[in-house]
Design a protein around this ligand. Structure first.
Ligand SMILES: Nc1ncnc2c1ncn2[C@@H]1O[C@H](COP(=O)(O)OP(=O)(O)OP(=O)(O)O)[C@@H](O)[C@H]1O
Length: 297
């Protein structure tokens, strides 16, 4: 069965965002953004630097409070949770978890401990019961240990359980972050630039992991990524932001051909080119080079 049919069969949307506007003083980071995401979908959000991608994630996960709009999360069990203005721990409890652009692990704890902490945020055991070693606290501890082992095996880190997070390779740290996000049993997983800083082999492993999270665990994946090859290969659909506005959406192929998208990216690279040329001009002026040489740069 084709992926689009599977998504349709899974039924309805998992996320419905309408008219979200987020301002920081005079700067509009998200400008009337609306999108919906089908249950079981891998949806990528792309756009040049500063387009509003992370602001969007922060708005969905409760870190930012948009001035306008609604963000509905629709769990499989039914009902609708409004995520705009929802506390981050409640967003996670509702079934939405995320990773960060800059890895946020506890470097001095082992891989296993990092994941167990995430599992335990979902458990209801209180600190006193844990200290006293009460039976229900011991049961919870065994359960978090089992779950953490399971998740670490899923991401391929079963051989690194007792390594300190800080001693893992960059690609392994990225996978550990994903394991930690999966440990809470999300229905919707937000990955913020998971391929950043990884090498080509790690990128291929990551592609495979994202597909397995989606297909084997039935988790819907919202992905921010600058690596277009990865986006084009894993995403079912792509939404493009530029200056906080949604400028396009469609299949990876449709978006790649969209003139507005091409212009947004060309504009960004033209600015970079302009900045690079300006640097060359400044350098040559400093070294007393002739103007004619600069024009040819
Ligand atoms: N906490 C904040 N305070 C002020 N401005 C912010 C804040 N967070 C984001 N912004 C601004 O909002 C705009 C969008 O930023 P955002 O980080 O969401 O973009 P992005 O698409 O994720 O960029 P990148 O690809 O570089 O990570 C930028 O102009 C940024 O400076």
């Amino acid at each position: 069965m084709a992926k689009t049919e599977q998504v349709a069969e899974a039924g309805g949307n998992v996320l419905e965002v309408s008219g979200v506007t987020l301002r920081f003083g005079g700067l509009t980071s998200l400008n009337d953004v609306s999108l919906s995401m089908g249950r079981g979908e891998i949806l990528a959000i792309i756009g040049p630097n500063g387009a509003g991608k992370t602001s969007f994630f922060n708005s969905v996960t409760g870190a930012y409070l948009p001035q306008e709009g609604t963000i509905g999360f629709l769990p499989r069990a039914g009902g609708r949770h409004e995520l705009r203005g929802c506390k981050p721990y409640l967003v996670s409890r509702h079934g939405v978890s995320r990773t960060f652009q800059n890895i946020r692990l506890f470097g001095a704890l082992t891989a296993l401990e990092n994941v167990k902490i995430a599992v335990e945020t979902r458990q209801k055991t209180d600190a006193v019961s844990i200290m006293l070693g009460l039976p229900h606290a011991r049961r919870a501890e065994r359960e978090s240990d089992r779950r953490a082992h399971e998740v670490l095996a899923f991401v391929g880190l079963e051989g690194r359980l007792n390594e300190l997070a800080s001693s893992l390779s960059y690609g392994e740290q990225r996978r550990l972050e994903i394991a930690r996000a999966l440990a809470t049993g999300p229905e919707l997983l937000l990955l913020d630039e998971p391929a950043a800083g990884t090498n080509p082999t790690e990128k291929r492993d990551l592609e495979d992991l994202i597909r397995r999270i989606n297909a084997d665990l039935g988790v819907s994946v919202l992905l921010i990524e600058h690596d277009m090859k990865l986006v084009m290969s894993v995403a079912d659909r792509v939404v493009v932001l530029n200056f906080g506005k949604k400028i396009a959406e469609g299949t990876p192929g449709e978006v790649q051909r969209d003139p507005a998208v091409i212009e947004a990216y060309l504009g960004a690279s033209a600015e970079e080119d302009a900045a690079a040329v300006a640097d060359v001009v400044a350098e040559q002026a400093a070294s007393g080079a002739a103007e004619g040489e600069v024009k040819g740069a």
